[in-house]
Design a protein around this ligand. Structure first.
Ligand code: SF4
Length: 293
């Protein structure tokens, strides 16, 4: 304890606030950033690296998601970069191979094939502990897209996102806002497999699964996205800002307006914040109407 803390304690002011060592350094968004920085550093110089080493073939089960030779042109035509790509672009010129890799995930795959790819996916360690994958729920024609973190125990068992009491609360809130969960909204998670014990997803798991979420967004082309919960919001927006700082604003993900709100499981434990979640829904509805008009 430092001198100031000892003085405060003597004065009866209680222990001083101490940041938890390493918390920010261990945050998945920070770890993902570090892993990308390391990958970027390892690609230097990009032209030589590409010339000397031909790209490794993808596993067979990923082959249909792979980029055709013209993938870099697709990257050049992309209207808006993903947050991941934006951070890479800032580090140009050493980022070209990684940009091509990220855009490789955007090669269109039809919806049934995408569902099969996810169901069979073994691209990260979570495939070893899942009961089944959780692809999403709703109609691909939905104009609203809700994105949570990852399946929990019930979702892993049932193969559907947001089931149980939290799902019921979400249904009720959507219904109160005039939205039908199955007709108007598509619900998905950042990760399609449950992290054991509901632990936080690891950066390499997020990176491995990211292409599936991008494909879903590409198919659905939602008018609006709502990020549900701190983790989903921080991951999609690549920030460590608190949910309190992220709420009440309109962000963008993949060029789509994105509003941040609380995870319904959190609201079950923190009833007073339901009013704030309702405000978030009203903001989302306003943005949706503006975007659709
Ligand atoms: S979490 Fe995503 S990348 Fe990992 S095994 Fe499941 S579907 Fe594949």
């Amino acid at each position: 304890m430092n001198r100031a803390s000892l003085q405060q304690q003597e004065m009866g002011l209680g222990p001083a606030w101490q940041p938890r060592a390493g918390w920010f350094g261990q945050h998945p968004a920070q770890l993902l950033r570090q892993s990308l920085q390391t990958a970027v550093a390892q690609t230097e110089p990009p032209a030589m690296a590409m010339a000397a080493t031909p790209p490794e073939p993808l596993p067979a089960h990923r082959a249909e998601l792979a980029a055709p030779p013209e993938a870099p042109q697709i990257a050049a035509q992309a209207p808006e970069p993903t947050p991941i790509i934006s951070s890479l672009v800032e580090r140009a010129p050493t980022t070209e191979p990684l940009r091509a890799e990220v855009h490789a995930e955007l090669v269109p795959v039809d919806w049934p094939l995408l569902q099969r790819k996810v169901a069979d996916c073994q691209d990260c360690r979570l495939c070893e502990t899942r009961t089944q994958t959780v692809f999403g729920r709703g109609t691909p024609q939905a104009r609203w897209m809700l994105i949570g973190e990852a399946p929990g125990e019930n979702e892993d068992r049932q193969g559907l996102p947001f089931v149980g009491r939290a799902g019921q609360l979400l249904d009720n809130m959507l219904s109160a806002a005039g939205l039908d969960r199955d007709q108007d909204v598509y619900i998905a998670n950042v990760l399609k497999c449950r992290p054991p014990g509901n632990r936080n997803p690891a950066p390499d798991e997020i990176a491995a699964c990211n292409g599936y979420l991008l494909q879903q967004i590409r198919h659905i082309q939602p008018t609006l996205i709502i990020a549900l919960g701190r983790f989903a919001a921080q991951t999609l927006l690549e920030t460590e800002d608190s949910i309190g700082r992220l709420r009440g604003k309109v962000h963008r993900y993949q060029g789509v307006p994105l509003v941040v709100s609380y995870h319904p499981a959190y609201l079950l434990r923190n009833q007073p914040d339901k009013a704030k979640a309702w405000q978030d829904l009203l903001l989302a509805r306003k943005i949706f109407r503006q975007a659709e008009s």
